[in-house]
Design a protein around this ligand. Structure first.
Ligand SMILES: Nc1ncnc2c1ncn2[C@@H]1O[C@H](COP(=O)(O)OP(=O)(O)O)[C@@H](O)[C@H]1O
Ligand SMILES: [Mg+2]
Length: 207
């Protein structure tokens, strides 16, 4: 292995990403892999500060400012953490990454997809995950699952925004079939985990 492996989890709010992310990290550790995990936005000192701004409901960010804050956070994480760990042959698991920016800021907020892709590449030094697991749930299911802050956010941005985001994720998966594996997240936690595990086992050739 020349370098480590980079795995990301994607999906709309309350699709079950963090639940599956924790399971995946524990599973890989139990199997003896050297795993490092991050959440986005965050995972690095400056990125965690930026996260606070992004998730603070009191601020009304322009869509451009929002885009640049996500990218600034990602750049810090990639250059200061992910790339060094990849060189060190770790498995890196990340809860959200560049696809979220394309789905939310591109498809969702309506910024140019071409521009968002270009800026994602610029911010990450063209780092692309080796495997991305997209957990797909209908909006109705995500609204049912979301509580408190997440529910507020969903309701504030509006249903049609999240429909576009979900559609964006599905389009990314269709266009990048090799990298992005879609998992139906509608079943319970165990059922979804079985599917996530199957994707990862096939990718890592675990039998
Ligand atoms: N497969 C599932 N079926 C039902 N509820 C789930 C499932 N996965 C997660 N949840 C619940 O939905 C909520 C959101 O899950 P979470 O993993 O935090 O989603 P995300 O990180 O995508 O926002 C949590 O309360 C969680 O316990
Ligand atoms: Mg989460």
């Amino acid at each position: 292995m020349k370098r480590g492996i980079f795995i990301t989890l994607e999906g709309i709010d309350a699709s079950g990403k963090t639940t599956q992310f924790k399971r995946l990290v524990n599973y890989l550790k139990r199997r003896g892999y050297d795993v490092v995990s991050f959440r986005e936005p965050g995972g690095e000192d400056v990125s965690e500060r930026i996260r606070k701004i992004l998730l603070d409901n009191r601020f009304a960010l322009t869509r451009e400012a929002e885009l640049f804050l996500y990218l600034a956070s990602r750049s810090q994480l990639v250059l200061n953490r992910i790339i060094p760990f990849l060189k060190d042959k770790k498995i890196i698991v990340c809860d959200r990454f560049s696809d979220s920016t394309l789905a939310y800021q591109g498809y969702g907020r309506g910024l140019s997809l071409k521009l968002v892709k270009k800026l994602n590449d610029f911010a990450t030094n063209r780092l692309v995950p080796d495997l991305t697991i997209l957990i797909d749930v209908p909006l109705k299911e995500s609204l049912k699952r979301a509580k408190d802050k997440k529910k507020d956010r969903l309701e504030r941005s509006g249903i049609s925004f999240y429909q576009r985001v979900r559609g964006g994720f599905l389009e990314i998966a269709r266009k990048e079939k090799t990298r992005v594996k879609m998992v139906d997240g509608i079943g319970g936690v165990e059922k979804t985990w079985d599917k996530v595990k199957a994707v990862v086992d096939e990718f890592l050739q675990i039998d």
